[in-house]
Design a protein around this ligand. Sequence first.
Ligand code: NAP
Length: 459
Amino acid sequence: MSSTLGSAERPLRIGVVGSGPGGFYAVEALFKTKLTISVDMFDRLPAPFGLVRYGVAPDHPKIKNVIKVYEKDALDPRFSLFGNVHIGRDVQVSELKKFYDAIIFACGAETDKHLGIPNEDLSGSHTATEFVGWYNGHPDYQNRTFDLSHPVAVVIGLGNVAMDVARILAKTVDELNATDITQHALSVLAQSKVKEVHIIGRRGPVQSAFTPAEIKEFHELATATPVVKAEDLKLNEASQKELANIKHPVRKKNFEILQKYAAATEAPKEKKIIFHFLKSPVEIKGNGKVEKIVLEKNVLSGEAEHQNASGTKVFEEIACGNIFRSVGYRGVEIPGVPFDNKKGTFANQEGRLTADGKVVSGLYASGWIKRGPTGIIGTNKVDSEETVHHLLADIAQLTPCEFPQRASLEEFLKKKSIRYINYQDWQKINSVELERGKPLGKPREKFTSTAEMIACLNK
Ligand code: NAP
């Protein structure tokens, strides 16, 4: 008879796909179990930490301190990293199943929602993902170009990603050069002629998705002033109710900051960050590249907490050179994994993957690919704990995998000529990046391609 999964004779083998917060919090939760366990984590990039490395704004370094927590688990002898292994491309899920009793997908939400308006993809109209990935050194986005020679840029969306994009566009190089933004991005931003950043929200100030800390920063910028029209802060009855809802104290704080901006009397600085509420983008115009965005004025209707925006057939245009669409993310499908096309997540019930509503044994999800792109980094801790709780409760029903030895997986990857990156390799890449940053007065200078990272290991 085979040994019980999780015993000293037959450790529980778990594969985690994705090395961002959803993946690392799952590992943390798994390591709290008394079972004998070993975990392999995969990432398609050689560098771990996903969103923390490639999504968090470079001028928000404190948020990245969470890496120290993840590193504790990465150095645990029960853990191994397999970076530079693309699950779904280099290795199929059907192959991966042979090496793990259970797999947790924590591969985030890597692509964008679309606006569905004419000329959405005109040159000069970018997704926030492209811009954020580009300035954060993500290898996928280094071939993007951003011509910032026009004085007006437009950012669509009222979430924190939109605030990050607006702030990076509005900051001076002096405000950014001691961060881990790439030197290439810094040199392009140094030439920027952008003087106005227009932030467009389809609903009102009370329905904004940003948080107070993020909009407060606009007031502290060296050469930019936030601009809010007092008339935009006049609320309908339902919005007044939403503002008074004590379950959402953030709304009140946001609103107070916006009121302060609307009432400001000091002379504006050289650049302006201009908030627009109740306006939806309906068309992008331009001959070969972005020249204008057409906005339709909206009204809100519906009960408090369920208000929707609808168009009024009143239009306005903003002449601009760049548009950054920051209206939320979606997960990317992996062959062999059930996908919920409506939500843009892997179909799941509290982290157990499901196909046609039925639980699929041995497959789980955590983080944004489980619940969608919401919450702060810490939200993924509770989310991953729920998934791991279910996984551990399912142990008796799991089908033990065929090749539970880590060495078998390593052999399999080598046979496929996959140059995987383990955590020690990453530590070397990391230390070279830190060294590269020193002469520039930066915390690190990132490698921006897989080839560079691998070359640094061969030295
Ligand atoms: P988000 O918070 O969901 O915001 C998306 C915004 O896009 C909303 O204002 C939404 O408006 C708007 N939108 C959606 N569809 C639209 C359309 N068709 N036309 C116009 N506007 C549209 O998403 P996010 O900014 O990508 O952020 C993702 C998550 O990461 C959030 O939880 C965020 O807080 C978090 N994050 C946190 C930080 C931080 O803590 N510093 C930084 C970055 C991101 P509606 O409300 O009307 O749908």
